[in-house]
Design a binder for this molecule. Structure first.
Ligand code: ADP
Ligand code: MG
Length: 247
């Protein structure tokens, strides 16, 4: 196995709040890695650091062997490392296809000339990916009219438009009803197996992450508490006390 994202002793504070302290993790290429931990344990902060959303205070983050912790978001995205958000970021007034077409940062398109510059193959890919997530029938509907879960699926499809090497997902199933969750898990797994995309997933739903990940890291109070297979994590008393016990 090769490490694709190597996080080494990363620390990040906001004023007096230590969000991450000396966190080290490695994400294996082609795998599905999970990140769990109670609210406020620093999961989202770590994702923000990885994708270049803010500078880190200490440590190193390597992607495919190269230091990226000093690079801006766009440069990291162009290297194939993307993330989705805890809150969806779609344009509600635009339809699904339009959202797909403006979701490619490497194109450097402005909001308004997005459509004129898109080629036939972009439309084809948008259609194929909307079909992949089960939104093909709804592709010309205003995306704001979709259910929350469908918007999450759209956001996932938008990320796939960029053909990421690795995709970071921040609580992809939060707020989604159980029926749609199963569909989303299935699509995430297929993105991993069929498209070969490395996934790094923050997930609150234990059933979901235990079912998907080959390796899980657990944060508590900004520090790494435990790491291991789903079985090891489930049986780790520190995790049970700090995390599972709190739910
Ligand atoms: P999680 O995603 O695990 O719930 P976060 O990474 O969002 O945790 O937050 C970790 C800690 O850092 C929390 O105490 C939070 O209030 C703080 N924090 C996160 N982002 C900011 C920010 N931009 N400014 C100030 N404090 C922040
Ligand atoms: Mg969070």
């Amino acid at each position: 196995m090769t490490t694709i994202i190597d996080i080494h002793e990363v620390s990040k504070s906001f004023g007096g709040v230590v969000a991450n302290e000396e966190v080290s993790m490695s994400v294996e290429k082609g795998g599905i890695t999970g990140l769990i931990g109670p609210n406020g344990s620093g999961k989202t902060t770590l994702f923000n650091s990885i994708v270049g959303y803010h500078p880190i205070d200490h440590g190193s983050i390597r992607f495919e062997g190269e230091e990226i912790s000093t690079l801006p978001v766009q440069k990291i995205a162009r290297r194939g490392l993307l993330r989705t958000f805890q809150q969806t970021r779609i344009y509600g007034a635009m339809n699904c296809v339009e959202n797909m077409l403006i979701s490619m940062p490497h194109r450097k398109m402005s909001f308004f000339d997005a459509f004129s510059r898109n080629g036939e193959e972009d439309y084809d890919r948008a259609d194929a990916l909307l079909d992949f997530v089960g939104l093909y029938e709804k592709r010309f509907l205003r995306s704001g009219s979709l259910s929350f879960g469908q918007q999450k699926l759209l956001e996932f499809a938008m990320a796939l438009m960029n053909e990421p090497t690795a995709l970071l997902l921040d609580e992809p199933t939060a707020g989604i009803n159980p029926t749609l969750i199963n569909g989303l898990i299935d699509r995430l797994k297929r993105a991993n197996t069929d498209f070969g995309i490395t996934l790094f997933i923050i997930e609150h739903n234990m059933r979901v992450i235990m079912n998907m990940a080959d390796k899980i890291y657990c944060l508590a109070h900004g520090r790494l508490l435990a790491e291991g297979t789903p079985e090891q994590i489930q049986n780790d008393q520190k995790v049970v006390d700090a995390y599972l016990g709190a739910h």
